[in-house]
Design a binder for this molecule. Structure first.
Ligand SMILES: *Cc1c(COP(=O)(O)O)cnc(C)c1O
Length: 404
């Protein structure tokens, strides 16, 4: 009789969002007139920008004509898009060439798949709290060891607490990792890392022979000067870092699907094996390219017109973030994030647990957020609110919380 992949049996149930949905559904059933505002969503709500819609229409028409029809896309992605991405890196002073960019269907797939090119016994370090994809994809690959219920952690992973005391940037772990996942600006804390701090991580990774997998999905939300948009702004990153980007949060592509990963050719393992070659091989074997139509739409993001329109969308969410941040601060809450990210990470009042605060908000003011403990043990006593709602509802939700 066949056996299923035993690693999958170690996965902990993704209770977070299903528990939230169940609690909200039960509350709505008991209180059908409650006007619930959801500030828990990690999905954008504004429609695609006009320049992107125009390009989508054009590309669809091209697909209907013999002369301009496109079949399989090139493995790495179309050059028009990879050139536009490479130009953006150049504009930031990062030395990334077109053939180091791999276009994909999004940052979730890439951040989940990238672990495949590392050895099975690679030691993995993740932040705590964390975007769950990094953890679960390594559990599936057999790198986790056993789940320890009393500690809410896996035995073989290195967890790097991100707390108030370190301003939500991890310290170097005691044990040397092989793979380090970093995500800045961060989901869920909304906090970020200075260029000098990221440079220290790059130097550390080069020193101990580790790879940094850098998720920059929220790069477009950076407002402060000292915050790096790319890890390749740091010296030496070409020999230790892979960067993953998305079109989801900057251009609203969550339902369109497009992202990319940068693997520099200088990145080699202990035996000189090129990670670029392995990722190219993996991409060529398991992926047949992002759709032409979508890549055309993605390229618009890098045009002046596209930039102007998507900047407006990002500003809209940034304004919501300000409303949440300032409003909560006025109301006496301790708040983090929100300045360079669409996430606000607030400390629960009166030492409530994250779930107690969730119930309190839902029942007393009909606002839904996300309990911080769902992102890792260090998220306990914290709560995440997102800026992806409408301005009007965001203002109303914060007014309600202030009046609580
Ligand atoms: C939303 C998000 C992504 C984006 O994923 P896509 O698959 O490109 O939509 C990646 N990483 C983090 C941390 C995110 O929050």
């Amino acid at each position: 009789m066949f056996k299923a992949n035993q690693n999958y049996l170690r996965l902990q149930g993704s209770y977070l969002f299903s528990t939230i949905a169940k609690k909200v559904a039960a509350y709505t059933e008991a209180n059908p007139n409650a006007n619930i505002i959801r500030l828990g969503i990690g999905d954008v709500t504004q429609p695609l920008a006009p320049a992107i819609i125009d390009e989508l229409h054009k590309a669809v028409d091209e697909m209907g004509k013999k002369e301009t029809f496109h079949g399989y896309a090139p493995d790495l992605g179309y050059e028009f898009l990879r050139n536009a991405i490479a130009d953006e890196y150049k504009g930031r002073g990062c030395e990334i060439s077109t053939d180091e960019i791999f276009v994909s269907d999004g940052a979730k797939s890439d951040s989940g798949n990238i672990q495949e090119i590392f050895s099975e016994d690679a030691k993995v370090a993740v932040c705590d709290p964390v975007y769950p994809v990094y953890v679960d994809s390594n559990v599936m690959a057999g790198r986790s060891g056993e789940w320890i219920p009393s500690e809410q952690r896996y035995s073989n992973f290195i967890y790097m607490p991100c707390t108030e005391s370190n301003n939500f940037t991890p310290e170097f772990p005691k044990e040397n990792p092989d793979i380090i996942y970093l995500c800045y600006p961060n989901n869920p804390t909304g906090m970020t890392i200075s260029k000098a701090q990221l440079q220290e991580w790059v130097d550390y990774a080069n020193r101990i022979g580790a790879v940094i997998l850098y998720d920059a999905a929220y790069e477009a939300y950076i407002t402060e000067k000292d915050v790096p948009h790319s890890i390749y702004e740091c010296e030496g990153a070409r020999t230790c870092a892979i960067e993953i980007r998305s079109f989801s949060k900057n251009a609203g592509f969550t339902g369109v699907r497009l992202g990319f990963t940068v693997v520099p050719k200088d990145l080699r393992d202990a035996d000189g094996v090129s990670l670029h070659d392995l990722w190219a091989r993996r991409h060529g074997t398991k992926y047949n390219g992002a759709p032409y139509i979508i890549q055309k739409a993605g390229a618009v993001v890098f045009t002046p017109e596209g930039q102007k329109e998507i900047r407006e969308q990002v500003s809209y969410y940034q304004k919501n973030a300000r409303v949440i941040y300032d409003g909560l601060k006025d109301a006496g809450y301790t708040v983090y994030g929100g300045v360079n990210a669409p996430y606000i990470w607030l400390k629960t009042p009166d030492n409530m647990t994250s779930w107690e605060f969730f119930d309190h908000l839902l029942e007393d003011v009909h606002v839904v957020g996300t309990p911080g403990s769902g992102f890792g043990p260090s998220g306990e006593h914290f709560f995440r609110l997102t800026a992806f709602g409408t301005y009007e509802k965001t203002v109303e939700a914060i007014d309600r919380i202030k009046a609580m």
